[in-house]
Design a protein around this ligand. Structure first.
Ligand code: PHE
Length: 462
């Protein structure tokens, strides 16, 4: 029996769904911090150049593989070349590992949404509030489970009625909230004892390139940070863009759509910087710009909102609802990559495959939550950091498997089937592809080298 495949109803549906996947926690809690730490504008310029070259290349390749093969990520690589079938397995393992912990974090985001929406935001600022909550037993598990079920519901409804419809509603709202909050951040000013700090001063730190003491080594460091961030941000290396590409209509313009996805993703990342860095600087001072990850979202930002007085409660609510939208459209894409693969591999209906994956995510998600409670341990990872179960899963998937998947994808498409095969798929309706030369050099040489350095760094070898 041939299973029916869905198709996005048009390129806007595809672009918003893919942008929904790309715009996620990484844009909000990692991009701003990296920019602030890596010479402000210098990081932004390097990131932008990479978006137009490295990011563009990887996205075109994955979407083209999906559209060309019309297969789930698990089977698509084998369809391109039988000897490279194993990439599919790795590419599905990544979202399979990411989904449980992304949902655990999704549960934390829901907690803060509820706290702010019920006007309790000010209670969330005591130093131990966040750690008390995540190590507190039943509540994080319950919220994780609700988050998994919400995600399941969307995937259950399929490509058009589920993923596409939701993305068309949530992504524009997300953009508006981010725009309003970042414009507001520009107007901030706060007097701390005798010093007054303003949003515009913060903006200068964020966008003016800081070249002081720049050496080749530092430059390479900024380059690798920007590349690693972009790599994670565009949702490649985990089957998602292959899956979404397989639902992308043959007659639509692939190159143009990829450009739009990147524009959306980069715009939100840039505005997130304004929305996050400026208030951190204004209310908490320059040192607070170091904040990233969960401690940024759940500890520093609540402190910022509390310093704003009563308006902080409202802004905090808008902020966490926006974070929820960003995380939610990403988690549905993660689940879709796995579900599409289960459907195809076991010839299962969408509903059955979704239930199977939801069940697995619930079990693993519970283990992740217990990692802060009865299963707590401190594990030293090869990249030098120390973490719990969540960090271990993150390390295995994003630190190791993702670079492996993409390096192999570059070798397969750049050297075995050759860039022209991908270009032919991307231009099969006679579309214009102006960056062909750059695309081929990037795919065959630069991207695999950069990604190998990233992998060696993760492994602690470099
Ligand atoms: N690209 C998303 C971000 O920037 C995150 C993501 C990770 C999405 C993994 C899907 C899978 O946060």
């Amino acid at each position: 029996m041939e299973l029916k495949r869905g198709t996005f109803s048009g390129s806007i549906g595809f672009v918003l769904a893919a942008a929904g996947s790309a715009v996620g926690l990484g844009n909000l809690w990692r991009f701003p911090y990296l920019a602030a730490q890596n010479g402000g504008g210098l990081f932004l310029i390097i990131y932008l150049i990479l978006v137009l070259t490295f990011g563009f290349t990887l996205l075109v390749v994955e979407v083209a593989i999906g559209r060309k093969t019309k297969r789930s990520p698990l089977k698509a690589y084998g369809e391109i070349h039988p000897k490279w079938k194993w990439i599919g397995l790795f590419a599905v393992l990544v979202p399979f590992l990411i989904l449980p912990y992304y949902c655990a974090i999704g549960g934390w985001v829901m907690k803060y949404c509820l706290v702010y929406l019920t006007g309790q935001g000010l209670n969330a600022v005591t130093p131990d509030y966040f750690t008390g909550f995540i190590s507190g037993g039943a509540e994080p598990i319950l919220l994780m489970a609700i988050y998994v079920l919400l995600t399941t519901f969307v995937i259950f409804r399929g490509i058009n009625k589920g993923i596409e419809r939701l993305s068309k509603i949530l992504m524009p709202i997300l953009l508006v909230i981010v725009a309003v909050l970042s414009i507001f951040s520009l107007t901030l000013s706060f007097t701390d004892g005798t010093v007054t700090r303003t949003g515009l001063e913060g903006l200068k730190i964020y966008i003016i390139p800081d070249l002081a003491g720049l050496t080749f080594k530092k430059f390479m460091n900024v380059l690798m940070n920007a590349m690693g961030q972009l790599f994670f941000s565009i949702s490649v290396a985990m089957g998602i863009m292959v899956a979404y590409g397989s639902y992308f209509a043959d007659g639509d313009n692939l190159v143009k759509s990829v450009g739009q996805i990147e524009f959306f993703d980069t715009l939100v990342a840039f505005m997130a910087g304004i929305m996050v860095i400026l208030p951190l600087y204004v209310f908490l001072g320059r040192d607070a710009m170091d904040s990233s990850g969960p401690s940024l979202l759940f500890i520093s930002m609540p402190r910022v909102f509390a310093s704003m007085g009563s308006i902080g409660g409202i802004l905090g609510a808008a902020f966490f609802v926006m974070v929820f939208f960003a995380a939610f459209t990403s988690s549905i894409s993660i689940m879709e990559a796995v579900v599409a693969s289960i459907m195809e591999k076991f010839n299962m209906s969408r509903k059955k495959a979704t239930i199977v994956e939801a069940f697995l995510a619930l079990i693993l998600g519970t283990i992740v939550c217990l990692g802060y409670n009865s299963l707590y341990f401190e594990l030293k990872l090869p990249n030098g950091s120390t973490g719990q179960i969540l960090d271990l899963m993150d390390y295995l998937s994003t630190g190791i498997l993702m670079p492996v998947v993409t390096i192999s994808t570059c070798l397969l498409t750049g050297w075995v089937i050759k860039p022209d095969t991908i270009i032919a798929e991307a231009t099969k309706n006679g579309e214009h592809f102006s960056r062909k030369g750059m695309f081929s050099v990037m795919l065959c040489f630069i991207a695999p080298v950069l990604l190998t350095i990233l992998l060696l760094e993760s492994l602690g070898i470099l």
